[in-house]
Write a protein that binds this ligand. Structure first.
Ligand code: COA
Length: 253
């Protein structure tokens, strides 16, 4: 039975990276929703990626990986795999948490039960080193947003390490904003969010810049009603742009 997925198109041409895989190989990438029999391939990809992290905080391995992976298969969620031939080169997970589940990120963001019902988690995404910088994470983000919407979830949230510049950049670029800055399982994390139905109202003129690794400064900005919507990338440091939000949507309309 064919699996229905939103269109998957890489936005960037392989020519933009000197050591990029051949364009022909990129054109031949196949994408599908994964099933239980794919779990060993996911585990192998994770093993390779986690052994070569640029910063150890970018991804902290879950205590129970097997159960984490199972939680991203139906009925709890989905995992999308990208394949070159038989080799999985990337995956991305979508979680569909129960409204009352303690890990539902809607709780950390102060959403009502009604809001939490609409939450989807943009969970783990990993790309094999040889396939990075080609827009796979960005593309898989768009695919997961469409998939979440098709499952009736219009509030998509993710947890991001302050050191994970690629993930944060891709999320901000795709319209998510930094809505929370919290300790999640004891780790300093940003919680990013997008409301696919209602967007975000902000006062663009009321802005502040905070260093991307300044946990306290970002938490303070959020506590005063600001949200992170952009970044200024310098040679040494990335600064995040926070703007004042004009409304606080607690219950989806
Ligand atoms: C994070 C990861 C998934 C990115 O995958 P990828 O397919 O190479 O990412 P993309 O090619 O889609 O995007 C990378 C983007 O980050 C940007 N970026 C890189 N370094 C950056 C920095 N210091 N500041 C801002 N943006 C940065 C790139 O410019 C690019 O954006 P652009 O296309 O607009 O120029 C991959 O590096 C990975 O698997 N890392 C280890 C696991 C992990 O951290 N997963 C994410 C958490 S779940």
């Amino acid at each position: 039975m064919p699996l229905l997925l939103p269109p998957f198109t890489l936005h960037r041409n392989a020519d933009t990276r000197a050591d990029a895989p051949m364009t022909r190989e990129m054109r031949a990438l196949r994408v599908r929703l994964l099933r239980a029999q794919d779990l060993p391939s996911v585990a192998a990809l994770r093993h390779e990626v986690l052994a070569t992290l640029q910063h150890p905080d970018c991804y902290v391995r879950e205590a129970d990986e097997a159960s984490f992976m199972r939680l991203h298969h139906p009925p709890h969620g989905e995992t999308i795999g990208v394949f070159s031939g038989d080799v999985m080169v990337a995956y991305a997970m979508l979680g569909l948490p129960e409204v009352g589940h303690p890990d539902n990120l809607g709780a950390a963001l102060g959403l009502s039960p009604e809001g939490r019902k609409a939450v989807a988690h943009l969970s783990s995404c990993m790309v094999r080193p040889a396939w990075r910088g080609l827009g796979l994470q960005r593309t898989l983000l768009g695919t997961r947003l469409a998939l979440a919407r098709s499952r009736g979830r219009h509030l998509c949230a993710a947890v991001v390490s302050l050191h994970n510049h690629s993930s944060r950049h891709n999320m901000l670029r795709r319209g998510l904003h930094v809505a929370g800055v919290e300790l999640v399982d004891g780790l300093r994390r940003q919680i990013t969010l997008i409301d696919l139905d209602h967007g975000l109202q902000v006062d663009q003129a009321d802005q502040e810049f905070v260093d991307s690794d300044d946990f306290i400064g970002q938490r303070d900005a959020v506590s005063r009603g600001y949200v992170g919507v952009g970044e200024v990338r310098g040679p040494q440091q990335v600064r995040l742009r926070f703007v004042r939000r004009l409304d606080r949507q607690v219950v989806p309309l």
